[in-house]
Each structure stands twice: as C-alpha cells, then as structure tokens.
Design a protein around this ligand. Structure first.
Ligand code: ADP
Length: 201
C-alpha cells in the first residue's frame, strides 16, 4: 500500500521487484486490496491508491446496513392492558419497551420501564390503570421504516434519548401506521459486535 501510495500508478511487476517477490506471489494480495477498495487497478496503467481509508470503507459499509435486516419482533400490548399486566409482559418477554396497539394493530403509543415505574410510585391501582393512561402516545412517537438505514435509526435513538423505535409501515386501510418490528439499543450493539468480528471490511 505504501509503495502504491508513494509511486502509483505502478504495475504489479514493479511492485514485485521492489519487494523482491515474484508477481505470482503478490497477485492474491493485490487482488484482496483491490477488492476491498484500498487500491484501484487500471489495465495497462497499473495500481493506484484509491484514497479511501479503512474508516471511510467501514463508514460506507455501515451506511448500507438496513433496518429491515436487523429488526426484531415487536412486543405489543393493547390500550386497555393494565399497568400490572404490562409489567408482567416486560418480564416474560425480557424487553424494556412495549408498543401499544389498537385492535387493528395500528400504533397507539409506547410504554417504557420508567413510565411503569412512575405509575408504580403513584397511588393508582396497577391492576386497573390501563397502559393508555401512562404511555407516550401518537403522534409523539419516534418511528423508523424498514427501508431506513440502521445508522439513521441509531441516530434517532441517540437524538430522542429513547431505548426503542417501532418499525412501522402505513396502514393498508386508513390512517396511522402498523407496527412490524422493533429496533433497540441492543439491536445496534449486536450489529456493532458483528462489524467488529468481521475482518473482511
Ligand atoms: P426508560 O423509560 O426505560 O428509560 P426510554 O428512555 O426509552 O426508556 O423512555 C423514556 C420516555 O420516552 C418514556 O416516557 C417513553 O414512553 C418515551 N419513549 C420511549 N420510546 C419512545 C419513542 N420511540 N418515541 C417517543 N417516545 C418514546
């Protein structure tokens, strides 16, 4: 890479000579560097530095990750579900955020751990108070769509300081949106770990 950076365009033959290697020995390495986007090769001209840093290449890769490929199943409750049952659902499903939906699956709101903790601190009866009273409701819900990039979804999680985004699409009949998935901070952490484990940038 350094040789090409300093002296490109330079042929494979010339690089091999400088390294005291045969052209054949070098060929697979040059092929990898070219495929990975570090070098560019032009016929009859030679190799030249593509000018992209590993960081740029990683950024390009990250921007291609899509919400639809990473979303997990949404855990939903109905508006009339009691705060008590919502807490049970959180434990049973091992999630920190529930999406509240109407009969026709239309997104009505979001109820988080803290919403339920707040309710538990009050004097209300958890068995009778419905989640619709304590949830954050539409249209104040930050959502994402399956065709958004995972990076945009992650930026929304940061910007709005929430743990989860419902993945939504327009309802087939009428207004509002239907919940089809969920993106959480865990989703982003998982994608981050995957990126770190891949060596083929
Ligand atoms: P926690 O309450 O467990 O810290 P969040 O930080 O996600 O979880 O929630 C903080 C507040 O934001 C809660 O009142 C919750 O109802 C609301 N909230 C959570 N997710 C969203 C969202 N996607 N859009 C709008 N509000 C949300």
């Amino acid at each position: 890479m350094q040789i090409v950076k300093d002296e490109g365009p330079i042929t494979g033959e010339q690089i091999a000579e400088k390294l005291n290697l045969t052209r054949a020995t070098l060929r697979p390495d040059l092929a990898i560097l070219t495929m990975a986007g570090f070098l560019d090769a032009r016929p009859r001209v030679g190799y030249f530095y593509a000018g992209k840093s590993a960081n740029q290449l990683l950024g390009e890769h990250v921007r291609k990750l899509m919400v639809k490929d990473y979303k997990s199943l949404p855990i939903v409750v109905k508006e009339e579900t009691s705060a008590y049952d919502a807490i049970c659902t959180m434990f049973l499903e091992d999630v920190g955020t529930l999406f509240v939906v109407k009969e026709n699956k239309q997104l009505a709101g979001v109820v988080s751990r803290k919403d339920l903790l707040k309710t538990a601190m009050g004097k209300q009866d958890l068995q009778t108070i419905p989640v619709s009273i304590v949830m954050t409701r539409m249209p104040n819900i930050v959502t994402c769509s399956p065709d958004d990039s995972l990076l945009d979804a992650a930026a929304k999680l940061m910007r709005y300081q929430v743990d989860a985004l419902p993945v939504v699409r327009p309802m087939e009949d009428g207004d509002g949106v239907e919940v089809i998935g969920r993106i959480t901070k865990t989703t982003i952490t998982k994608a981050f770990v995957e990126l770190g484990q891949h060596t083929d940038v």
